[in-house]
Design a protein around this ligand. Structure first.
Ligand code: MG
Length: 271
């Protein structure tokens, strides 16, 4: 009888632990779903390629226009963001979706200097050079990523991949308080160059007017600057991450995937 009770107890423990491990597996499968469709689209949709080509084709036309109508004494400059504007870091995101227990940190990824050029990016960078203008890279990568970033740009064949043309997040002397704001670094480039065109996947790459997203996700600023898009501002697509995420998650960090899903659903509208 006693042996029978012990056996039953063992069986129940096994059943409970199987159930809880099944639950854990289900949770970990769901853990990164908020990025899954975005990364799948970014890596596999021809629409993504077409949007990058569209952006760089427009950029080339606008640069031609700027050169044709140039009356500046200062040399002309194009300012571009790096990540998801010129270089594709989506393999890093895949790692974080698939390997929930073995996540590569951003710094580990960027130190490998293995990000590939996005469609049309390299050709446009070379076009800038061929026209006698300059390309400045304004990135929110840290200064301790500077060497690896230059190595990556050089290995992909980008021109202007040197210290003078790379302004990182940690270039604090050019900052205006918020280190992720690019306003001070744009001003630094403007000291000796005329910025004729800006390219980015985040509206903060264009103007400080887009940095405050607290009211209606910052859409009023887009309305205000609507004539600049496709003119001085060339926007490239990034559904994976960006400043647009923070208001969706009520500026909270460290949310679980379930909490994120609840907040995202609460932001959906049916009319
Ligand atoms: Mg970017």
């Amino acid at each position: 009888m006693k042996a029978k009770i012990i056996l039953l107890a063992i069986i129940s423990v096994i059943i409970v632990s199987c159930q809880s491990s099944q639950k854990a597996t289900q949770l970990s499968n769901n853990e990164h779903n908020s990025k899954l469709i975005a990364v799948a689209w970014y890596q596999n949709s021809p629409e993504m390629m077409a949007l990058y080509y569209q952006g760089f084709n427009l950029a080339q036309e606008r640069l031609d226009d700027a050169i044709a109508s140039n009356k500046q004494s200062k040399p002309l400059a194009v300012v571009a963001d790096i990540d998801e504007t010129l270089l594709n870091n989506s393999p890093f995101e895949v790692n974080s979706i698939k390997n929930t227990n073995d996540q590569t940190s951003w710094h580990e990824w960027s130190s490998k200097a293995g990000a590939k050029a996005l469609p049309g990016a390299l050709e446009f960078a070379k076009y800038i050079q061929s026209k006698g203008a300059e390309l400045f890279y304004i990135t929110n990568r840290d200064d301790n990523e500077r060497a690896a970033t230059l190595k990556n740009l050089i290995s992909e064949g980008f021109p202007f991949a040197d210290d003078a043309h790379l302004l990182t997040k940690s270039d604090l002397s050019y900052s205006t308080g918020s280190t992720s704001s690019k306003v001070g670094r744009r001003a630094k480039v403007s000291e000796n160059h005329e910025i004729v065109l800006l390219l980015g996947d985040n509206l903060n790459d264009f103007s400080e007017a887009f940095e405050d997203r607290s009211q209606n996700y910052g859409k009023e600023a887009v309305e205000k600057f609507r004539d600049e898009f496709g003119e001085k501002f060339i926007v490239l697509p990034n559904p994976i991450y960006g400043a647009w995420e923070k208001p969706l998650y009520d500026y909270k960090s460290g949310l679980t995937e379930e909490e994120k899903t609840t907040l995202l659903k609460s932001k959906l509208r049916t009319e």
